[in-house]
Each structure stands twice: as C-alpha cells, then as structure tokens.
Design a protein around this ligand. Sequence first.
Ligand code: ADE
Length: 229
Amino acid sequence: MTGILGAMREEVEALVEASGGDRREKGSLTEYHLGRIEGKDVVIAKSGVGKVLSALSAAELIMRYRPERLIFAGIAGGIKEGLNIGDLVVGTDCLQYDMDVRGLGYPVGAIPFTPYREIPGDPELLRIMESYRGEDYAVHFGRVLTGDTFVTDRDSPLRQKLFSELDGAVVEMEGASVALTARVYNVPVLVLRFVSDAADGRAPKNFQEFLAVASTHLVGVLSHLLRRI
Ligand code: ADE
C-alpha cells in the first residue's frame, strides 16, 4: 500500500476521487480514504498545515496502515530562479529551515543530538520521477525547505536565507517534518510540490487560485509513479 498525504483537503481532493476513495476510516487527527489508483492500493488523507500536524499525521498513517512508501504532495512557494508558477518540483531532499541551533554550533536544519538534517527522497521513487513529463508544465528536481511560516515577502532576510544559504527550490510547511517521520519509521518517502506562488507579496492570492489545478495535476503524477512500482 502507498500512503499519500497533503496538507489541505483541496490538495488531495482529486486524488481521493481518482482512487474511488469510498472506504473511509476515522483516525484521531484525520479521515483516511482507502482506494486504488492504477490498480494499486492507496490510503489518502489530509494532514493539516505545518510541521507538527503533518508529522503527527504521517506517524498515525504509518502506524495504522504500514505503507510501503509515503508520498507528500501539494503546493509550495517557488524560490529558485527559473521556476514558474505551475511547475512541479520533485524533492531531492527536505530540510527544516527554522530548526536553527547555530548558537550551539550546529548548521541550520540540523536537529541537535541526532544524525538528522536534510532528509533525502527515496532513490527509487526519484528514479521513477526522472521519466515523468508534465503535460503543460516543467518538472524540476530540488531541495524542499520547510518551516512554520507562509513566506510572502520577496525582500525579507528569511527569503534571502532560504534561497542563497540553503539552496532551496521551494518553501512550504510540511515536507521535512513528514520526511523525518518517514525516516524514523524506515518508510521510503517522496515530496512533490507544484509551485503556486513565488513566495512574494502576491502569494496568498495565487495560492488560493492554484489549489484545484495542483490537485488535478497530482492525479497524473501519482498515476505515473504507481504504474511503475
Ligand atoms: N505553500 C505555498 N506557498 C507557500 C509560501 N509562500 N510559503 C510557505 N508555504 C507555502
């Protein structure tokens, strides 16, 4: 079985529909939709926004369904040059940019007293994504930066840090926490993000408009992945 999580209902809606998701089970945090895509068993749920809810949802999904792999999918702010709104970014790795213990000598993102900093995407899932071509959008590979802030200011020191010091392709609020949870439970993980905005002053408007588009495109991406596993 493949677990699929998205932060908001709008992000996973089209996937639930495509899976026939008529079987529902209630968890403590969220509702799970069980179905099939490309003949493969899937369990799909909305995690909620931010690092805490997404990590908790990932843990609950893993404990309940023991998935062979976990995909986190949705939208993100594009920060790397060359990204356009609508493009897909496949996460080569994920890092919590707001885990900052430089005061004790750790690099940004490193979780003190653990081996964890950037969490790589599963190599096999990344390999499958190399052959994916979007119908009318570009597909990029890059680093996903995660933190509990919706980034809206192009000139803020935070955005500059994400781009120049941490080499981020996109910024969002769940990928690294889900990837860390999957890593702790030994579940292969991949984060997929459609660029909804440029993490600037227009972000909130673009974001709302773009949710349904991303959800529809995700059906194509997940079909490609599931056909090949
Ligand atoms: N998700 C989509 N756009 C975002 C942004 N600008 N900042 C954080 N998360 C996002």
